[in-house]
Design a protein around this ligand. Structure first.
Ligand SMILES: Cc1cc2nc3c(=O)[nH]c(=O)nc-3n(C[C@H](O)[C@H](O)[C@H](O)COP(=O)(O)OP(=O)(O)OC[C@H]3O[C@@H](n4cnc5c(N)ncnc54)[C@H](O)[C@@H]3O)c2cc1C
Length: 412
């Protein structure tokens, strides 16, 4: 579909059946700065494959999953079979397609739902990446092939009931014993935590923060689903309590110590978010554009013929285009090895906020239909409330940038 305004309809109000409406959506906002021109053939091909997967496999599942609040159990292996998990990593079955390709895949996944992209972000950036980067050869051989193929599911435990924006205040601790460790504490908000086989759990050990690969099928591990949630409903979040869990020596991730460990993982995941939210915003803008060019009110004119509506569409399109350029530039830096955490903070903060505003405006432009699940925009808006909060809240990233700009930390 093109962004150019349609001929105003001479007919009266048009009743839009949802089926007809979605048959009309071709889903291609005009790419004014030619984002796609900057992609390689391999990246474009991955985008097409991922979009086809989302359209044919995920879309038939998402409304039920979102309404009833679960992550469809058939998806991990299906996503793994596409080669998307850890597709920017090399070896152990990973596809080695590069960072922009990974970003492009996240964009297509989040066009489907932020929960779907969150599954891949956690699995790829928060579990696979740290094992790949900081793990022993034995850990890599044990965990990566299964995680990459979706045979195994992983989760990431940093947040605690009393340590969210300031994770260094964590109280989960690992005590050294002969031949291993005893893990005690509680983690909260672990995405995939209800279905995961293994958790990368961050704990204080011998005075510093360390990562532990914890097999979750253990009688001393208690998991409970958090909810019901009003956002990211097609993704499962867990609280996990570790009651004196015995870990062998080989559970410890040897290659990193201190907060650098979890924070470097978050940098990877925030990169994927910066790209992913483009998909949610693009879908909302496409839907709002299509809807307002078809829906007529006042003298048979389409909503899109009114200046107030055009102003909203122009704002959504501009902020989306700025976000696309940001994501592409971030991808170039990551590929070149020049990525800085402050760049990631800026893009996560900007792109998520822009996508959330776009989704809210799309919801508004669809009037009453905007709150129906079948019109998708409110699902995206509700999901993006979580994306605004997790992986560093909007305001925490503001403080990161404030510190970068002034040299003054304003967290406490
Ligand atoms: C659906 C979902 C999935 C998640 N998945 C994971 C996961 O897989 N693994 C994981 O470890 N965590 C996960 N999280 C946790 C997430 O990262 C935290 O919710 C987030 O870091 C914020 O922490 P908090 O909720 O404790 O909020 P708080 O830290 O209590 O913050 C509450 C509010 O206060 C503001 N605030 C905090 N500090 C300051 C300050 N110094 N100055 C000004 N304002 C401040 C915040 O911006 C926010 O608006 C998830 C969260 C959600 C909702």
């Amino acid at each position: 579909m093109r962004f150019a305004p349609r001929e105003p309809s001479k007919e009266g109000a048009v009743k839009l059946g949802a089926l007809l409406f979605f048959a009309l959506i071709e889903g291609a906002m005009r790419d004014l700065f030619s984002l796609d021109r900057h992609l390689t053939d391999a990246e474009r091909s991955l985008a097409r494959t991922t979009r086809a997967f989302v359209d044919h496999t995920f879309r038939p599942l998402v409304n039920d999953a979102w309404e009833r609040g679960y992550f469809p159990r058939e998806l991990p292996k299906a996503i793994g079979a596409l080669g998307l998990i850890g597709c920017n990593l090399q070896g152990y079955g990973c596809a080695d397609l590069g960072d922009v390709a990974y970003g492009v895949a996240c964009r297509e996944l989040e066009r489907g739902d932020s929960g779907l992209r969150s599954f891949v972000s956690v699995q790829s950036s928060l579990v696979l990446w740290p094992i790949h980067t900081y793990g022993s050869d034995e850990q890599k051989n044990r965990w990566i092939p299964g995680l990459q193929s979706g045979e195994l599911v992983g989760c990431f435990g940093l947040t605690e009931p009393d340590a969210g924006s300031n994770p260094s205040a964590m109280t989960t601790a690992a005590e050294r014993i002969d031949g291993g460790w005893i893990l005690r504490g509680e983690k909260r908000w672990l995405t995939n935590g209800t279905i995961a086989d293994v958790g990368l759990i961050w704990a204080k050990a011998e005075g510093t923060v360390r990562g532990f690969l914890v097999p979750l099928a253990d009688a001393n591990i208690e998991r409970r689903t958090l909810g019901p949630k009003l956002s990211l409903r097609a993704s499962e979040s867990a609280a996990i309590t570790f009651h004196d869990v015995r870990l062998n020596d080989d559970a410890l991730l040897p290659g990193v110590k201190g907060m650098k460990g979890p924070l470097s993982c978050l940098t990877q995941a925030r990169y994927g978010i910066g790209w992913g939210v483009l998909g949610a915003a693009e879908e909302c803008l496409d839907i709002a554009t299509e809807y307002t060019t078809k829906r007529c009110q006042f003298d048979g004119k389409p909503l899109a013929s009114h200046q107030l509506v055009q102003a909203k569409l122009a704002e959504m399109w501009t902020s989306l285009t700025a976000s696309q350029m940001f994501a592409l530039e971030l991808g170039r830096h990551k590929s070149a090895g020049t990525l800085e955490p402050a760049q990631v903070s800026m893009v996560k903060r900007h792109n998520v906020h822009a996508a959330l505003q776009t989704a809210r405006t799309a919801r508004e432009l669809l009037g009453g239909n905007g709150i129906l699940l079948e019109y998708r925009v409110m699902r995206h808006a509700a999901n993006l409330e979580t994306v605004h909060t997790y992986e560093g809240t909007h305001d925490v990233h503001t403080l990161v940038l404030g510190q970068e700009a002034t040299g003054i930390a304003a967290y406490s």
